[in-house]
Design a protein around this ligand. Structure first.
Ligand code: GTP
Ligand code: MG
Length: 255
């Protein structure tokens, strides 16, 4: 009973990203202290966590650790989702559901897969779709009270591998790939003639990620719809253990 109640009220962080990024490895690491052997996930899995003592939570900055609300304000729910292309509805439906108290999205990717064009394309397409959903959520909410904006952490995983791209390059590569995806999608819509002329371009604009410009896509453009995107690196399974502090730090900033 307690668990069910907790699931509806605790601030929730959704763990998204392509298959093989290390999402379940990260979840099990945070749950047990060591990552478990994993298989490709088929269903979502949520666990309750507390922010580690070394990580500040922005809401409890001025609270004393002896204050009972201090511990409560550091609790969160982490939801792992399957990354396989055919199972992403699990993740995306949670994103659009209003019953969840979603405080942030952790988009985990394998930074060592990005130098390959197929690896980059897979990550960028999924991220494009997630950002487009967040943008639509913002646009359609303007009339009513409106849901709170959801920030996105792009977590560049597997930095223990020497082939991995550093976070700054992960950011540039993704922005470039999303620029191309955006253009391809817009062209596809035009070629198929899907409701472009008949609605004075409104429909077309809605499908276009970021500000109206034809130029390059930058994550910064998402701030126009209140979505702040950050890229931070780490690893779950290095030779000397894990380094996930940058990601925890981000989670603390959202709490
Ligand atoms: P799906 O469930 O299919 O969406 O994949 P997932 O994102 O849950 O990936 P999973 O956690 O199953 O990890 C995939 C593989 O990556 C596993 O073989 C892990 O051992 C490996 N892996 C995860 N994190 C790291 C890391 O930081 N470094 C290295 N070198 N390997 C990692
Ligand atoms: Mg998994």
């Amino acid at each position: 009973l307690y668990k069910r109640q907790a699931q509806t009220t605790l601030p929730t962080f959704l763990l998204l990203g392509p298959s093989g990024a290390g999402k379940t490895s990260l979840l099990t690491l945070l749950d047990r202290g060591t990552p478990a052997l994993t298989h490709p996930s088929q269903t979502p899995l949520s666990i309750a966590l507390s922010l580690p003592p070394s990580i500040p939570a922005s809401s409890s900055r001025y609270r004393s650790p002896t204050d009972p609300s201090y511990a409560r304000s550091r609790c969160l729910l982490l939801t792992d989702t399957p990354g396989h292309g055919k199972l992403r509805h699990f993740a995306l439906s949670r994103l659009t559901s209003s019953s969840q108290n979603i405080r942030g999205i952790i988009f985990l990717l394998d930074a060592a897969a990005l130098p390959s064009s197929s690896g980059l394309l897979e990550a960028a397409e999924y991220l494009h779709d997630v950002l487009l959903l967040l943008q639509k959520r913002h646009t359609s909410a303007k009339t009513s009270k409106g849901p709170k904006a959801i920030p996105v952490l792009v977590a560049a995983n597997k930095l223990d591998l020497f082939t991995a791209l550093p976070p700054a390059l992960v950011k540039i590569s993704l922005e470039k790939a999303i620029t191309e995806i955006r253009a391809t999608r817009a062209k596809g819509l035009k070629d198929s003639g899907v409701g472009v002329e008949e609605v004075d371009g409104i429909e077309e604009e809605r499908e276009w990620l970021g500000d109206g410009g034809e130029g390059a896509f930058e994550f910064k453009q998402m701030e126009e719809c209140d979505v702040v995107v950050e890229v931070r690196g780490g690893y779950v399974m290095g030779a000397e253990g894990a380094d996930v502090d940058a990601w925890w730090g981000w989670v603390g900033e959202q709490l």
